[in-house]
Design a binder for this molecule. Sequence first.
Ligand code: DHB
Length: 325
Amino acid sequence: MVSLIAKVGALSFDKPGMVASGIMDETGQSMVRMLGCGAGAVVSKSVGMKPNEGHANPCFTETEGGMVNAMGLPNPGIELFEEEMKVAVPHGKIIGSIYGSGPEEFGALAGKMEDYGACAVELNLSCPHAKGYGMEVGTDPRMVRDIVSAVKSAVDIPVWAKLTPNSHILADIGMAVQEAGGDAVVAVNTLKAMVISPEFARPVLSNRFGGLSGKVLKPVGVRAVYDLRTVLDIPIVGVGGISTWRDAAEYIMAGASAFQVGSAVLTEGPCVFECINEGLEAFMHDYGYGSVSAMEGAAHERGGRSNRECDRGVLRHQDVRVRME
Ligand code: DHB
């Protein structure tokens, strides 16, 4: 028997895949729709203190293997978002994503999300293009520590921190989250990127640059999760370019306890979760992994097949099964 239940610290999810922040999660109804599609939870669009219109169009463009967007964190503000949470929360687990300029704002926003019934808060410390927000506050380990501490003092629900791949000190940032009492890290947000139109001789996006997501991001995210796993004790939620069960398996084997899917909800449709769940279940059955946690971190030398064994193709299904028992 194979179980797809995923545990992230004290939280347990029926399915290991969640809807990543920013996709089909701006309204209560869209979150309800996604909860019915085989996702274990939905992370809301990032919400701030005040209503925000976001950037002018064009704020989204496609590129080879992915997409680049700079929506500009559009949201109705935390007060109005209560209405959306009221609609969604009775239907499943909602993780409230929030963005702020510093510890005080993050603490206040987290308190509201807890009041609205969120099962956890996800701190957006990683939007690659928001002046004074996102990765501008999330790449300074001292600031990250202060923000996570403030949020931990403000709420009783688990505090997750979503990290940026646009930093060479990712491990230090992850350690700052852990030292401040953070319950999990979410890795990774989008990569800062730009697309230029040769005909118009200017950047396509009105904001000029934005965040790169989609298939092309996967190896970056998998590497980030793998490295974070070697230094952190708190759980990691993997995100970045997941559209198939194989992608999800890579993240779990790199060390993720659960994963999120963003761009693939657009490219594959909401049914992407059912496909991933089915594929993952079949793979786990064939290769003798009884649970998601049994697969977690399997690619690390301690837990996985050694490279030498893989190179020689020594281990077959049955051998793996014996090893897992
Ligand atoms: C936006 C926010 C993000 O965190 C991100 O990675 C990309 C875009 C936005 O709202 O613009």
